[in-house]
Design a protein around this ligand. Sequence first.
Ligand code: ADP
Length: 601
Amino acid sequence: MRLNLFWKLGVAFLALLVAVLLPVDYYGERNLRRDYQRAGFEQLSAIARIALASPPIVLSLATNSRTPGPALHDWIARIAASGARVTVINAGGVVLADSESDPETMENHAGRPEIRDAFAKGDGLSVRRSVTVNRDLQYYAVRYSPAGGSPVVLRFALPVRAADDEVWALRRRLWLSSLVMLVVAGTASLLISRSFASRVERLQSFSRRVADGDFRPIEADRSGDALEALAASLNDSASRLDRAIRTLTEERNLSSAILGSMVEGVAVVNSNERLLFANDGFAEILELDAPPKSGSSLVEIVRQTELIEAVRVVVAGAPRVEAEISTGTLRQRFFAVTVASVRAMETSGAVIVLHDITDLRKLERIRRDFVANVSHEFKTPLTAIQGFAETLLAGAIEDPQNRIRFLQIILEHSRRLARLTDDLLELSKMDADRLDLELDRLSVSQFVQSCMETTQRSAKEKNLSVSVDLQGTLPDIAADRRRLAEVLQNLLDNAIQYTPSGGRIKVSAVSDREEVTFTVSDTGIGIPKVDQPRIFERFYRVDVARSREVGGTGLGLSIAKHLVEAHGGRIWVDSEVGQGSHFHFTVPVFQPQHALSRPDH
Ligand code: ADP
């Protein structure tokens, strides 16, 4: 590039020089020639004047004679001593005498322009090559009319060559000085063009750097010319570009961080239902193997027709459509879909937002089930009470034998209703988070013993053996005695209820640094694996008829779970159908530094 610029400048400079030199040369030469000619003619006319002033008498003699005689020759030789060639021609064009040639050998000169002009107008000029002496000559001819003789023309000539030499000398000087000028100017222009080219190159590499994303400013060269101004304005644009790109990048990073961290699925499709953007949540919710690529068609990646349909309606012009989809087969999840139309500059399409409403749906189901279960649970005892009361009123009251039995049934069912109501009240208290635990330091063995009395009695009635097996040294626990007793009692009651007579029940406890794990084991009917995760749900019973028969409400375990978790522990079951069950729950160890503080729940 540098060389290129140099050559361009060099050639332009040379062309300029030649363009100036050629006319200078041409006009210089012409003027010089003209000046020389004029000087020559002036000299010739001076010679002519002198010649005509000297006794022209010889001329009058000559005009009539072809042999001029020695007088004329002398005269001619004297004038020719000034350096000019002198020729005398008569009116017929015949050369009478010549200072340099023999007139005999010379042709007729009547046709020579200067001779013609001289005879016609008195004098004549011409510059041309002499046929006689074979040289470039300039001629000056004057007519001379002697008294009594016919007119003759005196012609004086000087060689033109002297002017030629001068012209060439001038030309040599001109070209030589131009050459020197060219070399000096060329060197100067080389230096200038070099610095110019290197500055242009710096600007060029700067703009390339900016295009590659490096916005560091270019150093100012303090030359004060247009290139410096250009560098300054480029610096300015680069820093502005840098700021704009930084802002855009920050904004983009922020929005992609926001979208990326959202649990909601967000995607944008264009009017051809092709994906422009999708966050991780979108891929996760729709259980896509890989994050969808931009440009992939929505129908190819989404199976939920409700979603596709909603997008179509919005793309067709609707501002906003709400829908609901579900995903997964084993663990079904539900999502609220909001599709809204977006219009950003030239692109139009739809933005899809998927919001997880699985918990909401689950809660709704639980509430529905709960209401159904409660109604159902109340219905049986109420129907029984109502039926037997009606029977009594209808006359059975007179029957002493049945009367007592009927009243006992009514009492039993009302007790059941009372139990149900108590359990429900307790649960609703827990739900409302109004369970105030009074945490105390409890000795595990004392606590277990206090629960055993009632158990022993009922176990005996069913012919069950009950044993207690506590680890040697157990730390004290932090618990609400009454509430925790409820838990243990509940588990023991269940163990008694679901273990056929002759079976064994055992209460054991082990500890680690953090917590004490209680286990209530029985050799009863056991719980099928499928039911195990659900027995802690409200009203869930493996065998509804059997539970009712033993007076169960289906709420005991869910209350126990709530209470254990309120203490900061866990509850779970291991069971084998026909082998028996092991119910475990943990209670945190009493920590003196946390004394009397209430665990979060
Ligand atoms: P219920 O009042 O019916 O006993 P629970 O919530 O206490 O209600 O128990 C829920 C269900 O769990 C019971 O209906 C029963 O089917 C099962 N269950 C609880 N404890 C045992 C156990 N020790 N052995 C076998 N099944 C049990």
